[in-house]
Design a protein around this ligand. Structure first.
Ligand SMILES: Nc1nc2c(ncn2[C@@H]2O[C@H](COP(=O)(O)OP(=O)(O)O)[C@@H](O)[C@H]2O)c(=O)[nH]1
Ligand SMILES: [Mg+2]
Length: 1021
């Protein structure tokens, strides 16, 4: 190849070869070139060949390692360069395949066996969706993995904590702060690592999508080590389902609140959620630096702002503590030790206790200095009196600052101003005084990393946070009784329950799987769960009990082997061989039968084990997206991927409509967007077409049925009479929230309805069921007279009637959407005496039909989901927000200034169906200054009558407000492949239709009579 040089030497080449081959004028002086001309030609040819081959080789070798092909090629070429004469026929232009790919099999493929567009050997496409580390890159921690596993065996030193808070309040960065402390290698202060955002899309979007467990060994102020199991959860309201799942596995909640933004709608919802799970809350006021650098508040005002935010949190806790009358609401306050202050971005976090310790060591105070007492006086109305050197409740002089301002905020402000304001030499002096050592070159860093470096060195590790968690979050042993009573559905005195309450490692295995994490390849899942009793080890066989498992119906059960156990560390996993009660583990090999949550127990024995309560969410998946593979042949692949979506998103649902359309239901736009990303790229590699997103609807009634409806079974042996009427306001929500249950004693149920909703006791005690599910928002009541109907016979068919009612409620008659807020009353019944004549096949469909007819005669209405919207923006944007909302049928509930900030908070309601693109619109109208959160709030009737055939709908035109119900219903029916209109006659017996016609005739006659003074009413028909 070198010979190429003497035809067209490149400048670089020239320089290199100069000495040997060319003189200073550029004339060639190298070895003789006797027959250079034909060689040159020869070479030309060869080179062309070579190039061809080179290309071919790399083309053929696109799969494997192309380099090998090129090496072999050079070898062959070497012969051509030598002077020996090789006959043309002996020349070897191409290497044998064996030489290029030694040890390769030749496979002859039939031409037709494989499509042309399919590569013979499938390329391996590495999936790059996660930032998980490979084995060799694992960071070294300051403790050995053995130490961590030893702590795992000591549950009193364990704390299971859920890190929660509104979006962008700094949870992930706070986790970084803690994780960084456990690792040997220092992190680049200029970079936001976001260690627990392990998915590529989380990094790209700069927001957490999945909750991520991390187990860290951290020391408290006294140097005692604790194993903190922390779950970093997403703050976006769309992903509240992740938080619900996370809270299940925790014994306490660490609430992160932005010191400037304060309590937002999502913060309040999270507080409520944690209190429902009966977890204690501790608070971190993060982003304190914003008060200093952004709002530039004087220290005394910063104190008021912090205090205000803490009081906001306390007010929320008071509002949402269940049974607040019985139980005193928890109170949080810095002097109680359950509030810490932090600036995650600048690497510091302290509590009053840890600050007092820091203060003592900084001033070299002797051991007689009581840090705990000092800490208590650092908050509230406490003033330091210089003259007596003691603390007082009243200011010693009018300008005196509170102790918090004097001892904490002022020094903090000073460090900030010196670090930002001084040049390197002065800064070095200041830092030396503070006891902070920084390398000289670091003094020239940008302000942010410099602040981080200085402040993290000054404050040291976040021991205050560890103190707080150690003290205010119970260990798994201390929390076990309450946790088991709340979550375990089996008998509380059973062997399993008793073992769980004692955290007994020798008891029967009970493990609650709360969530599934997809492996980076999108194929398998790891089950994340908490051990309650017994010990789980690798290789063990376990029974996986699904959410539908009961002792009577054991179908939802499978036996699997645990093939791997590990502890989550954010970017990597630490393999363990066993896990004892109180610990979190990631299990491999058991995910197959699990859909959302599961209970794992011994493969043999412990037959009495019941399951842990399935998850409930405070968000409803009301947004709907129809999906279809671009290539119809890939449908099975998509169906399989949808199954995986259901597993990895706790609140997501998928279903197939009657038309064969697959729909995905999610809680918000971003939620659906992430699902689509996973569907297209992670779980399957396929192109998916989506229709415009829509929403779920509900069907309800506005009045009592105008006629008592009846239906006869096909064998004419049984008759059911029913009416429908709306439920009292608020009742549906109560049932859904589990405030009342049909599992209760009949009297207790009766009392509840009587006391809270004024039902008469007899009716209330005769509630048969809720529907469509056990806690569904509809009620079925047996309102028959014992004197008229044989109750024994009726009880005999109760199950069938309930089934028919629940089936009806699941798919209402208007457009197959669930019924909501309706009370169905059975008024009369004739039941065949012969059991063969009253089987389920006869009764179930009839019960459903009569429910439908009663429903249709009670002025049916469509209901749509409404979002609650919270917008945070500067004051001058409020008008623009009103405008954007108005265009989308939304309305503002309240707008108010946010205390201590230049922002306004606008609260509004917005129909979900008009919420698509709202956020973008909002940004456009406010030049990106508004920030909004939307979350499902309630169901509301759609204006208009869905059954009004007089409405003419024009395609491609928005329907006028009063035709919306009709518009939504017709479009939903079309999408689902149903007939255009509701066929009333389908649900009515001929006899009932007749009485209906009579009734209508009478009504019309009366109306006409009223108008014409009793004229020719008959002519109207
Ligand atoms: N000024 C300031 N910004 C912060 C602080 N902590 C986080 N941030 C910023 O807030 C944004 C969101 O942080 P992140 O940790 O992802 O919030 P998360 O949604 O609660 O996990 C990031 O852009 C951070 O730079 C802080 O202490 N001070
Ligand atoms: Mg986050």
């Amino acid at each position: 190849m070198t010979q190429r040089g003497y035809r067209a030497p490149s400048a670089r080449f020239w320089g290199e070869m100069e000495d040997e081959l060319y003189d200073e004028f550029g004339n060639y002086v190298g070895p003789g070139l006797a027959d250079s001309s034909d060689e040159e030609e020869n070479e030309d040819e060869e080179e062309e060949d070579m190039d061809d081959f080179g290309e071919g080789a790399s083309r053929a070798g696109h799969e494997g390692d192309g380099g090998e092909g090129e090496l072999a090629l050079m070898g062959t070429n070497g012969g051509a360069g030598s002077s020996s004469i090789v006959l043309h026929e002996d020349k070897k232009y191409y290497p044998e395949m064996e030489e290029v790919y030694p040890g390769v099999n030749t496979v002859v493929l039939d031409e037709d066996a494989q499509g042309l567009d399919e590569p013979i050997i499938q390329p391996i496409r590495p999936k790059k969706f996660s930032t998980l580390l490979a084995e060799k890159e694992l960071p070294t921690t300051r403790y050995t993995p053995e130490f961590l596993t030893t702590l795992m065996e000591t549950p009193t030193l364990l704390r299971n904590v859920c890190v929660m808070g509104a979006l962008h309040h700094g949870k992930t960065l706070l986790m970084d702060l803690l994780i960084q402390q456990t690792q040997e290698a220092p992190w680049d202060p200029a970079k936001e690592v976001r260690y627990t955002d392990t998915r590529k899309d989380e990094q790209e979007r700069a927001l957490s999508i999945k909750s991520t467990p991390v187990s860290l060994v951290l020391e408290d102020t006294r140097g005692k080590s604790f194993l903190l199991n922390l779950l970093d959860t997403p703050g976006m309201a769309n992903f509240s389902d992740e938080v619900s799942a996370a809270l299940r596995a925790c014994d306490g909640a660490l609430l992160v609140v932005d010191a400037v933004e304060g309590v937002m709608m999502q913060t309040e919802r999270l507080i409520k959620r944690a209190l429902q799970e009966q977890l204690p809350i501790v608070l971190v006021l993060n982003k304190v630096d914003r008060l200093i650098l952004e709002l530039k508040l004087p220290p005394a005002d910063a104190y008021y702002k912090l205090k205000h935010t803490i009081e906001e949190v306390n007010a929320c806790i008071e509002r949402h503590t269940p049974n607040a009358l019985v139980k005193r609401p928890q109170r949080i306050s810095p002097e109680l030790g359950n509030v810490a202050f932090a600036s995650a971005i600048h690497g510091w976090c302290f509590s009053l206790g840890s600050f007092a310790t820091l203060y003592a060591s900084y001033h070299n105070l002797t051991s007689s200095f009581d840090t705990a007492e000092f800490a208590k006086r650092l908050w509230g109305n406490a003033y330091f009196d210089e003259s007596t050197r003691s603390f007082r409740k009243k200011p010693p002089h009018p300008e005196a600052d509170r102790s918090f301002v004097q001892f904490i905020l002022e020094p903090l402000y000073k460090i900030y101003s010196h670090t930002l304001g001084e040049d390197a030499p002065e800064l070095t002096a200041v830092l030396r005084e503070l006891g902070v050592r920084v390398r000289r070159e670091d003094l020239h860093l940008d302000p942010k990393p410099l602040l981080k470096l200085v402040l993290s060195k000054f404050f040291g590790p976040a021991t205050g946070l560890v103190d707080m968690l150690a003290k205010h979050v119970p260990s798994p042993v201390a929390a076990a009784v309450a946790k088991v009573e709340l979550l375990y559905m089996g008998a509380q005195d059973s062997e399993a329950a008793v073992a769980m309450k004692r955290c007994d490692p020798r008891g029967p295995l009970m493990l609650h799987v709360v969530k599934l994490y997809s492996a980076p390849d999108g194929e398998s899942f790891q089950a994340f769960g908490r051990v309650y009793s017994g010990t789980v080890s690798t290789g063990q066989s376990v029974r996986v009990l699904g959410e539908a498992y009961t002792l009577e119906d054991e179908e939802d059960m499978a036996v699997r082997e645990v093939t791997g156990l590990s502890v989550g560390q954010g970017r990597y996993r630490l393999e363990v061989s066993r896990a004892r009660p109180g610990n979190w583990v990631l299990l491999e090999g058991v995910d197959g039968p699990i859909n959302k949550t599961a209970t794992l127990t011994e493969a043999r024995g412990n037959d009495e084990a019941a399951i842990f309560r399935p998850l409930t969410f405070d968000v409803a998946p009301v947004l709907k997206l129809a999906v279809e593979p671009l290539n119809p042949a890939e449908l099975p692949k998509m169906v399989e991927a949808l199954r995986k979506i259901r597993k990895s998103y706790p609140a997501a649902q998928t279903k197939v409509e009657e038309s064969g359309e697959h729909v995905v239901l999610g809680t918000g736009e971003l939620y659906l967007d992430c699902i689509m990303h996973d569907l297209r790229h992670l779980h399957a590699n396929l192109e998916v077409k989506v229709a415009d997103p829509v929403v779920s609807f509900c069907e309800t009634v506005r009045e009592t049925s105008s006629l008592r409806c009846f239906a006869e079974t096909p064998n004419k042996q049984n008759q059911l009479h029913m009416i429908a009427e709306p439920l009292e306001a608020g009742l549906a929500r109560d049932i859904e929230a589990g405030a009342v249950s049909t599992d209760w004693d009949r009297r207790a149920v009766g009392d509840f309805f009587h006391a809270k909703y004024g039902w008469d006791l007899l009716t209330a005690r005769n509630i048969w069921a809720f529907g469509p599910d056990k806690q569904g928002p509809n009620v079925l009541i047996n309102d028959t007279m014992p004197s008229e109907v044989d109750q024994r016979l009726l009880d005999g068919v109760k199950d069938s009637i309930v089934q028919g009612f629940q089936w009806g409620c699941r798919e209402g008659p208007l457009c197959d959407e669930p019924i909501r807020n309706v009370k169905f009353k059975i008024l009369d019944a004739t039941i065949a005496t012969e059991p063969v004549h009253r089987g389920g096949g006869q009764i179930i469909p009839t019960a459903r039909r009569v429910a439908y007819s009663a429903f249709l005669l009670a002025t049916p209405q469509l209901m749509e989901p409404y979002f609650k919207v919270e917008v945070q923006c500067p004051a001058d944007c409020v008008d623009a927000i009103h405008l954007v909302l108005q265009r989308r049928r939304g309305h503002v509930k309240e707008d108010r200034p946010k205390p201590g900030t230049p922002f306004y908070t606008v609260e509004a309601f917005l129909p979900a169906i008009d919420s698509f693109g709202f956020e973008t619109d909002l940004r456009a109208y406010t030049q990106g200054q508004a920030f909004c959160t939307q979350v499902f709030d309630h169901w509301k009737e759609v204006p208009g009558d869905p059954l009004d055939r007089g409405v003419v709908l024009h395609p491609l035109e928005p329907a006028p407000i009063n035709s919306l119900a009709r518009d939504f219903m017709v479009k939903t029916r079309r999408r689902k492949g149903l007939s255009e209109d509701v066929m009333i006659s389908k649900y009515f017996d001929a006899e009932l239709l007749q009485s209906l016609a009579n009734q209508q005739a009478e009504a019309a006659a009366a109306e006409m009579g009223g108008m014409n003074g009793g004229g020719a009413g008959g002519g109207y028909y």
